[in-house]
Design a protein around this ligand. Structure first.
Ligand code: TXA
Ligand code: MG
Length: 321
């Protein structure tokens, strides 16, 4: 057990505190525009090992390294024209690119899971400021115990990591609520490895290249893309029309749960807005993640645009464990 300090981003945190934590090899949970990240110096093997330990990540699943600017990114990865175009268009922002590792990169092999590629992202907000101050990439998976729901506020981080990390920077709820879109850029196409709030259509519009999904049979690039993930304690039934009496209900759009007890209903977006639903999805799964809740049902969410990422997370939450 280590005491976890919680510092409010606006009122309590001085930039030096976060920098000092990272520079000394410590772990800090820090908000980004997507979810809270569990940050550590990506070039420090001990610090990276502490991430795996705190999360209870069963295998050395590679981590995303966060950069402050394109110059830092290019010290650690090789960018082709498509990757540069994507960076210019979407960074800072919720896009992660899997790129060939630049020989000589100081990112610790443990953060890479032994791969010869590296996942890089330039985030928005206090994490980017901290990376700039540190002057080195910062590894940051989502700040939750492995396999559990990704955190979109500080309470949510503390639920699974209190006593395991030194610092939580409380910046309130995150803006987008789903992890970044992950892509691998190829010469004539973009492979979508994890859908997110930057959609396939956004990627096509920015590059003029077709986006292909990772085919089901294709080798899994990283263990983090295995099916069961984001699991709450109870079972999850998807694409439900209405909840059964015993179920907790994650609703979307016009109420289809007349008479269901309100404390058993979490509305993702009453007006049927996918952006709002994306930002509230993990809060919903987390609200119903309790040993006392056996059965959760989720309304049908459209699959277009942002709905692809929402349905991806829901399928993983519902998968057999
Ligand atoms: O929004 C986000 O991406 C958040 C914030 C904190 O930035 N981070 C995040 O990290 O979601 P994490 O560790 O929970 O997810 C990283 C994913 C994993 O599925 C991992 O397997 C994959 O990225 N990954 C990392 N390096 C990879 C690589 N070289 N090739 C393919 N996949 C990789
Ligand atoms: Mg995660």
């Amino acid at each position: 057990m280590i005491p976890t300090r919680r510092l409010d981003l606006r009122h309590d945190l001085t930039p030096a505190q976060l920098l000092q934590c990272l520079a000394s090899g410590g772990l800090a949970a820090v908000p980004t525009e997507t979810v809270y990240g569990l940050a550590a110096d990506a070039t420090n093997g001990d610090a990276v090992a502490r991430i795996f330990e705190a999360k209870g990540r069963p295998t050395f699943n590679p981590l995303i390294s966060h950069v402050a600017d394109l110059a830092m990114a290019r010290e650690h990865a090789l960018f082709d024209e498509t990757a540069l175009r994507l960076a210019a268009h979407f960074w800072p922002g919720p896009l992660t690119m899997v790129l060939p590792l630049r020989p000589g990169s100081a990112i610790h092999p443990l953060a890479l899971g032994g791969l010869s590629t590296v996942a890089l992202r330039m985030p928005q907000g206090p994490l980017r400021d901290a990376v700039a101050a540190l002057g080195r990439p910062v590894a940051a998976p989502s700040a939750n115990r492995s396999g559990r729901v990704s955190p979109t506020d500080a309470d949510h981080v503390l639920r699974t990591l209190e006593g395991r990390i030194g610092l939580v920077v409380d910046g309130g709820p995150t803006a987008q609520g789903l992890e970044s879109t992950i892509v691998r850029a190829e010469t004539d196409r973009i492979v979508l490895l994890r859908p997110g709030t930057i959609t396939a259509a956004d990627l096509e519009a920015a590059t003029g290249l077709p986006v292909v999904r990772r085919a089901d049979g294709e080798r899994i690039d990283a263990p983090g893309q295995l099916l069961s993930h984001y699991a709450p304690h109870g079972s999850v039934r998807l694409n439900a029309d209405t909840p059964r009496a015993e179920e907790y209900w994650i609703a979307f759009g016009a109420a289809q749960a007349a008479g269901h007890p309100p404390e058993r209903v979490f509305q993702l977006s009453a007006r049927g807005d996918l952006r709002e639903a994306a930002s509230r999805l993990f809060a919903a799964l987390s609200a119903f993640d309790s040993p006392d809740i056996d059965q959760i049902a989720v309304a049908t969410i459209p699959t277009e645009g942002l709905g692809e990422a929402i349905n991806d997370r829901l399928r993983r939450a519902a998968a057999d464990r």
